[in-house]
Write a protein that binds this ligand. Structure first.
Ligand code: 5GP
Length: 123
């Protein structure tokens, strides 16, 4: 499967330093920053620095070093936020049906309140 990456997407622009962000963690292969429209008391996005559209794209084409860095970064952000005790949610939207707004892989780390049921019925 080949994936088309749009290098004008907002997270590509954040990675190039064209748009500011509230950085939580910066590693060789990953960047974590606060969501501009938080949906929970803690809402952090973790993105790979490489040009990957979705999680499946990343799983297919990223190097082992990128994958290890990315997964460890998620864990590190959880540690920094102190969310392990009360719990948290990890979300990765992909494509049309996943209702992905920004076409650069990102996972949402959400914490600080009861997240409710996993999915709402579609309209
Ligand atoms: P998606 O629906 O693609 O999974 O989520 C995209 C997320 O990116 C949304 O939660 C949205 O609030 C966030 N977002 C969109 N533009 C920006 C931005 O310029 N800066 C930051 N920090 N977050 C953004």
């Amino acid at each position: 499967m080949s994936y088309d990456y749009d290098d004008q997407n907002i997270f590509a622009r954040i990675l190039r330093g064209e748009i500011p962000n509230d950085t939580v963690l910066d590693t060789p292969h990953s960047l974590a920053f606060r969501d501009i429209a938080p949906q929970a008391p803690a809402h952090v996005l973790v993105i790979p620095k490489g040009a990957y559209v979705t999680f499946d794209h990343f799983a297919q084409d990223a190097s082992d070093a990128e994958i290890v860095d990315y997964v460890r970064s998620v864990g590190e952000v959880c540690k920094m936020l102190g969310v392990a005790a009360d719990g948290w949610r990890l979300i990765a939207n992909a494509g049309r049906d996943g209702v992905q707004e920004v076409p650069h892989l990102h996972v949402h780390i959400l914490a600080g309140r009861d997240m409710g049921r996993m999915l709402e019925p579609a309209d």
